[in-house]
Design a protein around this ligand. Structure first.
Ligand code: PHE
Length: 467
């Protein structure tokens, strides 16, 4: 353990930073759309059960490993397994996965920044035009947007844990929350808005089936930023006295609350714009929804609040999503940065520079996957489909490796690190010595059914995606 290791300055700082990672594009758009398509209130219920009973224990496992080892994921897996080669592979996976996810998350964050810029500068009508998205993602302007986004990420991460990550989260998260609530209140005053609320919250149990249940689980897992070494890395910046279990509960609660409230924004806006909407129009890809559908919805508000008003609402929305995306992006990128600092003794600036360069190169490969470069647009082929470089990253790292990493951390904690040590780490401040029901539940679930479920998800994804 190095004496100079950085730490979060306060418990609330840690909670906001971890929640900043968790609250992202998945909450602002993915969750509302998924809930709408899959039974509204019924989906919400299933989702909340998964967060509480499956994801929260996994989050605790990750945070505890981080805090115990005070290392990046690779360092944690190596030292806690006495340099076991097999576990080192798990460590490497926990570093490569976030790096690769950073590549595609960066591309989407850059698009959001571009949409923010265009709506602030009065071009909402252009964004809402039918073919805008297709040309936007292949446009030269992306270069400028990328430079701006990279500069913001660099500045935050250059500030380190306390003055960079924690400070950014302490400003952006409360701002996001306040703007979100303000926007919800406004949208609820629009005509017909309550149709949207009804559609969103009234449970429709007839829509629940096996694929909905599995969608809810993946959404919850991704939304809490699990399986990526992030909670290990952030946990490693916690001091040894802080209450890991209490913090993890807060993070899960905040993340779920933001997702739910984002639904109260999007659905009423959609219904107010078009009372007889065919909800199948809400495309299932959250990304498509933000860029092709929502600008139209915002523009339609001009009949009630004028073009400037509509642009203001759109701008506010894109700022929200941008804040959410930036704090997530920062957390994803911090993992490989921390690993390079720890394992290769690089200074923060050097680690950032080197990985930043690599990120730019891969980011260009991903960003030109939509037509600009044929080589990346038709990068590979499997399961009878041609896949771009961007698709490949999503399929492999996001859909396949995330549950695998979750599975590995559960097995590692229970069967290598051992239950007694895990319990002590979670329960460090209490006198209960693992006797409280929550800790007992976490121990039981992480050693039994959670790894089985994650294994099933992994096998199922592999079977469906690649064969
Ligand atoms: N949890 C974020 C979201 O909901 C995305 C994310 C995933 C961020 C993994 C970091 C790591 O959008």
């Amino acid at each position: 353990m190095s004496a100079t290791r950085e730490q979060f300055g306060s418990r609330i700082g840690f909670i906001l930073a971890a929640a900043g990672s968790a609250v992202g594009i998945g909450n602002m758009v993915g969750f509302p759309v998924a809930a709408t398509k899959n039974g509204g209130g019924a989906f919400l219920l299933i989702y909340a059960i998964f967060v509480a009973f499956i994801c929260l224990p996994v989050m605790l496992a990750e945070m505890s490993v981080g805090r115990h080892s005070r290392k990046d994921p690779l360092g944690a897996y190596s030292t806690m397994s006495n340099n076991h080669n097999g576990w080192k592979v798990a460590g490497w996976l926990s570093i490569i996965t976030p790096f690769m996810i950073a590549v595609f998350y960066l591309v989407i964050t850059v698009w959001i920044f571009g949409y923010l810029y265009q709506s602030v500068t009065g071009n909402l009508d252009m964004l809402a035009a039918p073919d805008t998205f297709g040309s936007f993602i292949n446009g030269v302007d992306l270069i400028y947007y990328s430079l701006a986004v990279l500069a913001i990420i660099y500045l935050i991460l250059q500030g380190g844990v306390k003055r960079g990550i924690e400070k950014a989260a302490k400003i952006m998260m409360p701002a996001l929350f306040i703007m979100l609530v303000a926007l919800v209140i406004f949208v609820l005053t629009l005509d017909n808005a309550f149709e949207g609320v009804k559609y969103y919250v009234i449970p429709d149990f007839s829509k629940i089936n096996a694929s909905v249940v599995s969608a809810a689980l993946s959404q919850a897992f991704f939304s809490l930023s699990l399986g990526m070494g992030i909670m290990i890395t952030y946990g490693s910046y916690l001091d040894s006295k802080s209450d890991v279990a209490g913090s993890a509960k807060m993070v899960a609660l905040l993340d779920t609350a933001v997702a739910f409230i984002a639904g109260l924004l999007i659905l009423p806006a959609v219904f107010s714009f078009n009372p007889n909407i065919d909800t199948s129009e809400l495309s299932d890809s959250s990304v498509g929804m933000i860029f092709t559908f929502l600008p139209k919805i915002f523009l339609a508000l001009q009949t009630s609040i004028g073009y400037t008003g509509a642009s203001a609402v759109a701008s506010l929305f894109f700022v929200l999503v941008f804040f959410a995306a930036i704090t997530s992006m920062v957390s994803i990128f911090e993992v490989p940065v921390a690993a390079l600092m720890e394992e290769k003794k690089f200074k923060r600036r050097k680690a950032l520079g080197l990985l930043g360069l690599l990120l730019v190169v891969m980011g260009v490969m991903a960003a030109t996957s939509f037509g600009v470069a044929d080589f990346f647009t038709q990068f590979t082929q499997y399961a009878g489909q041609s896949k771009s470089f961007f698709d490949l990253i999503i399929d492999v790292f996001y859909d396949t490796i995330l549950p695998l990493n979750g599975l590995l951390i559960c097995i590692f904690v229970m069967y290598r690190w051992k239950k007694i040590n895990f319990t002590q780490e979670m329960d460090v401040n209490s006198q209960s010595q693992g006797n409280n029901w929550f800790i007992r539940y976490v121990n039981f679930s992480v050693s039994t059914f959670i790894p089985i479920i994650l294994l099933a998800v992994f096998v199922n994804t592999v079977a469906l995606k690649y064969f």
